[in-house]
Every structure is written in C-alpha cells, then in structure tokens.
Design a protein around this ligand. Structure first.
Ligand SMILES: *[C@@H]1O[C@H](CO)[C@@H](O)[C@H](O)[C@H]1NC(C)=O
Ligand SMILES: *[C@@H]1O[C@H](CO)[C@@H](O)[C@H](O)[C@H]1NC(C)=O
Ligand SMILES: *[C@@H]1O[C@H](CO)[C@@H](O)[C@H](O)[C@H]1NC(C)=O
Length: 393
C-alpha cells in the first residue's frame, strides 16, 4: 500500500478515515498548497515516528520510484540542512528518501524537526540518519587518512550499498525547482556516464583550478561537487583509470592511494579528489549547466551563467556562508524566505511575494541585480504547484 503526497488530498484524507482506501494514484504533479495544516491534522499520522530505518532499499527492484537525496551535516549546519530539505519537499512530485549523515549529537534534533512537519508533508518523504562513518572494511586505515566530515560523500557508494542512485547535495543548497527535474538527468546518462556535476566556473579568468590547482582537474575550470548525481551501481562496478598504477582500480581500491598521493597538494578536500578522478575518466562524467548549481561566483562580478539568464536558476548554492552574513543579501533573502514560509500557506503570497519585496533592497549588489533569475525559477515552481492543486480539487 503506497500513498504518495501527490495523491494526498484525494486519497490520504480519506485514508485517515478508511485506511484501505489509500491506494497508489498518480495525479500529474505536486500539490504543495494542499499540504495545509488543516489537511495535515486530518491526514493519517502513520508517517510520524517512522524514519525509514531498517527499511530495505533494494537496488534490484526497479519499482523503487523514490528519489534518494544524501547530505552530510557537520558542525552548526542543522538549521541550514532543514531549510534545504524543506525546499526539496515544497516542489517535488515523486516521493523522497533523505539519507542524512550527521554527527551523533544532531540525530535527535533531525528526527524531532522532520517528524514535527505537518503529517501531510511528512507523507512525501522518509529519512534515515547515519553517523559520520567509514565503510566497515579498513575503517581504521581510512580514519588515519581521511577527515570524516570532509570526505563522507566519497564513501556513499560503499555505505549505501543497496541504493542504486543518489543526489548528493551540500547543506547550503536550495531547490527552486522540483528535485524530479535534476533526478531525471540520470536517465540522460549515456552508457559510460556514472556521475553528473556542474563546472566550477563559467569564466576561466576568475576560475580557481585553472589558476591555482597543483593537481589534475576536470575540463577547463574543474567541476563543483556541491550538487552531484551519482549512479552508484555504476560507480561500484567501474574500473577507473588513474595515475597511480597502470591497472584500472575499483572505486574503493582507488580512494586511499589517491589521497596518499595528493594529500599535500589538495585544497578543497574531496572535491579535488573528484576532479582528479574525472580528469582521468572524463567519459564517465555528465556535465550539467550552471543553473543547477548557481553560486555567488556566477553573479559576483556580473552575471556569467548563460543558461540561468535564459531559463532562471534551478538550484541555488550559497557557498562561503552567504546565507548567514551580509556579503550577498540576495542569496540570504532566498534562504530566509524559504525558512520563514509556513507549510500549507499559499506559496505565491507567503513565499514568492515577500521574497520579491526583500530582493528589491539588494539591487546595490551584482547578485541582487541578477536576482530576477532566482525568482524566475521559483515562480515557475510555485505556479505549476498551484496549477496541479487546482486540477486536483
Ligand atoms: C515511507 O516508508 C513507509 C514504510 O516503509 C512506506 O510505506 C512509504 O511508502 C514510504 N514513503 C515514501 C514517501 O517513500
Ligand atoms: C544506474 O546504472 C545501472 C547499471 O547500468 C542501471 O541498471 C540503472 O537503471 C541506473 N539507474 C538510473 C536511476 O538510471
Ligand atoms: C604537488 O605540487 C608540487 C608543487 O607544485 C608539484 O611539484 C608536485 O608534482 C605535486 N604533486 C603531485 C602528486 O602532483
């Protein structure tokens, strides 16, 4: 028996009264406005308290319709991570499974926060919390070399052994479009692709890798690992070319020698290692455009992400702490608008409108002047969510 969010209004409200009526149904798109607190109170509370632990994530069942989202939250990142996850559930259509890697003392707070979301919202996702950890084999050896928090994402294919594919994101990203859209890129992979990322820079003159790196990197300016799709089935199977030995190595065989070789030369941790790996295996990487990983670098000296100019920003990445200081007020405005939006209220009036007002006071910055690209992405999502809601009623 499955009951996805998009079937919520028509189905799950009934299900609260007649549980057997909760059937699989596929309305065309999400209905976030339907996730009202009113609905929530009436809907079945069966999602609460269950955080999916112990649930089988069988890579072999092709029926797994869920989108898997992984995040690593260390240090003071709890609230930022929750706002990111909120942006994921607001616009997405297919059910989500969150894999939250966090320091042990944060686990209870994550569970409490996610389980406190309205029951109607709670039905659209499951989550599992994990300690920051290394794969069991060689854990001691791994520990000597890798800083756990900084390198956790490299180990996802080895830890989430039963998951086929995952979208890894940094805590400081915000979805302005449904997760479904980036998830769909997995099916655009050709036979050799096993991961997807955006370029680190559009503008080589301000690129970091091409000016400073002391190690190989992908393409002209390197890639940014803050938003990374991984087909982990393929990552686990592939033998990778490398510059340590003439023998091709599996993912789990390659990481440690790679770090040993480059540890004195890398600056940005695991992102640098990924750049080295895809430098040697360029055919394995699918590069998606910058609007899927839009950072202050794309607007700080004037707008340089062409695809965002044309279609708007799909995923915002507020790196270098810009959601929490005053350096890029336009980025902070988006973060705070999503943080403050009350679940269930009309998104046009309670999210988009107030954000547009705040953004007007950021036009003294280059990114503020490009911020119509942020709201264009958001507006599109809000409208299609409302449209879907109206159709459903
Ligand atoms: C969450 O897990 C429960 C129990 O395994 C399952 O019935 C439900 O469909 C899952 N929901 C989502 C959104 O994946
Ligand atoms: C990942 O790759 C495997 C092996 O090629 C394939 O069976 C699977 O469908 C792929 N997953 C997705 C989501 O495309
Ligand atoms: C590390 O950087 C130094 C200085 O640029 C360089 O000579 C050396 O070859 C680099 N090491 C590797 C493994 O590339």
């Amino acid at each position: 028996m499955r009951c996805y969010l998009r079937a919520l209004v028509t189905t799950c409200v009934l299900a609260a009264v007649f549980p057997p009526l909760c059937v699989l149904q596929k309305p065309a798109a999400a209905a976030p406005d339907a996730r009202s607190l009113r609905t929530a109170r009436r809907a079945t509370p069966r999602g609460r308290g269950s955080h999916g632990a112990g649930e089988r994530l069988d890579a072999k069942t092709s029926k797994d319709e869920r989108m898997h989202l992984a995040v690593v939250a260390c240090g003071p990142r709890l609230e930022e991570t929750l706002v990111m996850l909120k942006s994921a559930v607001l616009f997405s259509t297919k059910p989500l499974h969150f894999h939250v890697f966090a320091e042990d003392h944060l686990h209870e707070s994550f569970k409490d926060a996610l389980d406190s979301w309205p029951a109607a919202v709670r039905l659209s996702f499951n989550f599992t919390t994990y300690p920051i950890t290394f794969p069991r084999d060689n854990a001691v050896e791994w520990k000597k070399l890798f800083k756990p928090c900084a390198s956790q994402r490299l180990f996802l294919p080895l830890i989430l052994k039963d998951v086929d594919s995952v979208l890894y994101v940094d805590t400081d990203i915000l979805f302005l479009h449904p997760v479904d859209e980036i998830w769909a890129l997995l099916s655009h992979f050709d036979a050799s692709h096993l991961a997807a990322m955006a370029p680190e820079h559009e503008e080589p003159r301000i690129g970091w890798y091409n000016r400073f790196a002391r190690h190989p990197y992908y393409g002209a300016t390197g890639v940014n690992s803050g938003v990374m799709l991984m087909n982990m089935t393929r990552i686990r199977e592939k033998r990778f070319k490398n510059d340590m030995t003439s023998v091709k190595l599996r993912w789990k065989e390659m990481l440690m020698p790679l770090l040993q070789k480059y540890k004195l030369n890398i600056t940005w941790g695991d992102q640098d290692l990924l750049n080295i790996i895809f430098n040697h295996n360029p055919e394995s990487l699918y590069v998606f455009p910058c609007q899927w990983n839009y950072r202050p670098d794309h607007c700080i000296y004037g707008s340089n992400c062409q695809q965002a100019e044309q279609e708007g920003v799909f995923i915002l990445h507020g790196n270098r702490g810009v959601y929490h200081d005053d350096k890029q007020p336009a980025f902070r405005a988006v973060y705070e608008a999503i943080q403050k939006y009350p679940f269930g209220e009309n998104m046009a009036s309670f999210l988009l409108q107030p954000l547009k007002v705040t953004l007007q006071s950021t036009t003294h910055t280059y990114c503020g002047r490009a911020s119509h690209l942020f709201t264009r992405g958001l507006q599109h999502s809000v409208l299609s969510a409302q449209h879907a809601h109206r159709r459903q009623r």
